[in-house]
Design a protein around this ligand. Structure first.
Ligand SMILES: [Zn+2]
Length: 288
C-alpha cells in the first residue's frame, strides 16, 4: 500500500515536473516571439522611413498629402515641407504688413494682403519674345543670367498682365465650379492654386522664375541642384532675392518656391539674403 502510494506520488511529481517544463517552454517561446516582433517592427519602420526620405516620389507624396491638410509642418531629415497657401488664406489680414502708399518702385510690396492697383504703370521692355520686364532692372536680370551661364539659366516667366492673371484665375474658378462648388467657394479654392489678379508679383514686372538645364520643372526638388545653390549665393550681387523661402509661408502667404526671384536692388537684396529674412520682414522693420 505504502509502495503503491509512493508510485502514485512519483507519477504525480513527474507529471507536475513535465507540466512546469512545458509551461517554461511556452513562456520562452512566447518571449522569443515577442522580442522578435518588437525588433522586426523597430528595424522595419526605420528602413521604411529612410527609404521614404531618399525617394523623391515619397517626398512628393508627403508634400501633396501635407498640402491638403492644414496647419501642419512635417520635417523629414533635412527636408522641411510646409503646407500650401490653404493654411494662410484663412488667416486674418490684419496681422499682415500693409505697406504705406508711395513706396519706392523697387520695394513695392505685392502679395495677397497688398494687391497691386489695376492701373499701376511700370516701364516695361522686352526681354525676349513676349517676355517683358521692368526696364529699370532689365540690365541686372541679363547680367545675372549671363553670370550663371554655366548652368544654362532659362527665364521661364517674367511680367504677366492683369488680364492674363485674371484669365488664369478665372480658368481655375471654372474648374472648381465644374466640381459643383458655388462661385464664392470656387474662388476661395482657386486662390489656393492661382494668385488672384493683382496679387501675383509677376504683375509687378520685377519677378522672375528661373529654370536650369539641370532642372526644368517648377518643383521643390529643384532646391537640390547645384544651379540653385549658385543662384542663392549670387542673386543678391545683381539685386535679386529668393522671394518665397522655406519656413516663411505664414509671412509671405506663398509656399517655398526655389525658382521665384524678385528684384529689389543690390543693397536691400544683400541685407535680405544675408539675414535670411523676407521682403515683408525687411519692409516692416524699415517702415516702408
Ligand atoms: Zn514666379
Amino acid at each position: 500500500m505504502a509502495n503503491k502510494n509512493q508510485t502514485t506520488k512519483d507519477k504525480k511529481h513527474k507529471h507536475k515536473k513535465r507540466r512546469s517544463r512545458s509551461l517554461l517552454l511556452a513562456t520562452t517561446l512566447f518571449l522569443a516571439l515577442f522580442v522578435t516582433g518588437i525588433a522586426f517592427r523597430l528595424f522595419g519602420s526605420v528602413d521604411m522611413v529612410s527609404s521614404d526620405i531618399s525617394s523623391p516620389v515619397s517626398t512628393d507624396f508627403v508634400e501633396t498629402t501635407v498640402s491638403q491638410t492644414t496647419q501642419s509642418k512635417v520635417t523629414l531629415s533635412q527636408t522641411t515641407v510646409q503646407t500650401s497657401e490653404k493654411t494662410t488664406s484663412t488667416r486674418t489680414p490684419g496681422k499682415h504688413y500693409i505697406q504705406p502708399a508711395g513706396a519706392d518702385w523697387n520695394l513695392k510690396l505685392v502679395n495677397k494682403w497688398n494687391p497691386l492697383d489695376k492701373n499701376y504703370k511700370q516701364p516695361l521692355v522686352t526681354y525676349s519674345g513676349n517676355n517683358k520686364f521692368d526696364s529699370r532692372a532689365i540690365d541686372k536680370l541679363k547680367a545675372l543670367v549671363n553670370a550663371g551661364k554655366a548652368y544654362n539659366i532659362r527665364v521661364a516667366s517674367l511680367y504677366r498682365t492683369h488680364e492674363l492673371q485674371t484669365s488664369l484665375f478665372e480658368r481655375q474658378v471654372k474648374r472648381e465650379m465644374a466640381k459643383g462648388h458655388s462661385r464664392s467657394k470656387a474662388e476661395e479654392l482657386a486662390a489656393t492654386e492661382v494668385a488672384r489678379p493683382g496679387t501675383s508679383e509677376h504683375n509687378l514686372g520685377l519677378a522672375v522664375d528661373f529654370l536650369f538645364e539641370q532642372y526644368s520643372s517648377l518643383e521643390v526638388a529643384y532646391e537640390k541642384t547645384e544651379a540653385y545653390t549658385w543662384m542663392l549665393e549670387h542673386c543678391a550681387d545683381y539685386g535679386f532675392i529668393l522671394r518665397f523661402p522655406k519656413n516663411k509661408q505664414s509671412i509671405t502667404g506663398v509656399i517655398f518656391e526655389p525658382w521665384h526671384y524678385r528684384y529689389v536692388g543690390e543693397k536691400v537684396a544683400k541685407e535680405i539674403m544675408s539675414r535670411g529674412i523676407t521682403l515683408e520682414e525687411y519692409l516692416q522693420e524699415k517702415g516702408n
